[in-house]
Write a protein that binds this ligand. Sequence first.
Ligand code: NI
Length: 268
Amino acid sequence: MHTNTTDLFTGLWLDYLAITPSAKKVHALLQQHDGQATIVNDHIALRTVNLPGLNVASLAQHFTALGYVQSGEYDFASKKLDAWHYQHPDLTLPKVFISELRVNELSSAAQTIIQKMIAQMLPDAVQADDFLYSGTHWQVSSQDYQTLLQESEYAAWLSAWGFRANHFTVSINHLHTFSELTDVNDLLLANDFRLNTAGGIIKGGAEVCLAQSSTMADSMPVAFTDQTIAIPSCFYEFAQRYAMGNGELYQGFVAASADKIFESTNVT
Ligand code: NI
């Protein structure tokens, strides 16, 4: 495991950019408009399965070892997911949102494919410094990908992309030129970026102390055992946080909004 947050987040970021070319463009566009070299991340998100040694707690060790603390818990029944977020006492560090698929709730066909994938992993893989941006540790056929896709977009994404940041999230609160999410969305639309419209472009709002939007994932080639096909990779998210009654910015997540953000990796 990494011994500092800089190395960990740099590894995650470079891996993410390599398969998310639109994020690099959005990042440059925001830097240009904001007149700042640094774009602050609100959070990153990781996906995994609820299997022993690979569940959220297992992945989270990479963050808790660096001072992160488990915070909110979230339930996404229709997507068969549970999630937790972790945050650091130093709130300038990104929060981490990690979800796990309830493999036991899938069909036996899907469970078999996932078990076959996991069986190809080395026992101590999760302990490696770079595990959280190591991608797949298995080979999967395009047929298996399609079988998973029919049942769970999340499972299919994980089979193709493995362990890596599913998205990074720009903190609107830390931008200088922009203070409203809607203005950032307008800039992105004017520059021909595709935004996720599931549940509306903006998910949430002041009433739940968190407003979010996201691009649709890029389409990137994946080499399956039988053929290479382009499928959705990762997306970029934007979050604006509002003060709660006590005057402090809300630091949690809103399940109803996150439910729609997951759909940013849907095939469109
Ligand atoms: Ni997110």
